[in-house]
Ligand binder design. Sequence first.
Ligand code: SF4
Length: 255
Amino acid sequence: MDEKITHSKDVIRHGIDRYKDRIAVSCSWGKDSLVLLDLALQVDPTVPVFSLLTVYKPKETYEFVPLVIKHYNIHPRIYMVADAIPPILKHHDVPVILLPADDYKRAEEHSGRTTGHKLYVSDPQRCCDLLKVAAKEYAIKDMKLEAWFSGLRNTEGQTRLTATEIEAVSPIETKINPLLTWTEQEIWQYITTNNLPIHPWYKKVFPDGRRIRSLGCEPCTVPVFDYESERDGRWRNTKKQAGECGIHTRKDEGP
Ligand code: SF4
């Protein structure tokens, strides 16, 4: 465990040394992001942080964001495709950079008219593209980033097994995964040992023993059993089950 912590901090340090102010920590407010954030702030308390929220995040996530901001005294740049800042964030004076929602609203309206379903049901990939991937592309340009840190880990699920510590997202964008080899158990060990804030969704145990082990948008996240992979509860019963939103997909790969 100590070796993994040291290694992760070394990876973060090298990333910051190399990219200077052109690198930032991405934060989804989930367990892995919190460990990443905690380690990165130990290496450099001024490292920039960014986050992508969507209109479908659960209210518990909106409530958790100001709590983490206060805990670490950070000033993340939060991007969101939406017409208005969620009231909970507004109430806590959390600044949010709103991005135009016209394309999303058009696709949502078309989905309702032609399929009778919300876009996240009829075409979850399109929904993720419009709400998450577009926001991430904007964030990278807006912050003039050449690289970003992610809390991605190999053992989270099938789609992440072959990820590497340093990934070329495109010729001008690099993603660095300092927690790549950490297990779910090690993540929780670090969180409890260091008393990190915990998103309330992780504390729920459903009557059949299932738990939410990977946080996402509310309509696309269900609890899973311990014998399943962490990400098996994402986009359950769709062709995207246990898949990726697209943020972690290289430009030469499919979603
Ligand atoms: S996770 Fe679901 S609700 Fe969130 S952007 Fe993707 S499809 Fe839409």
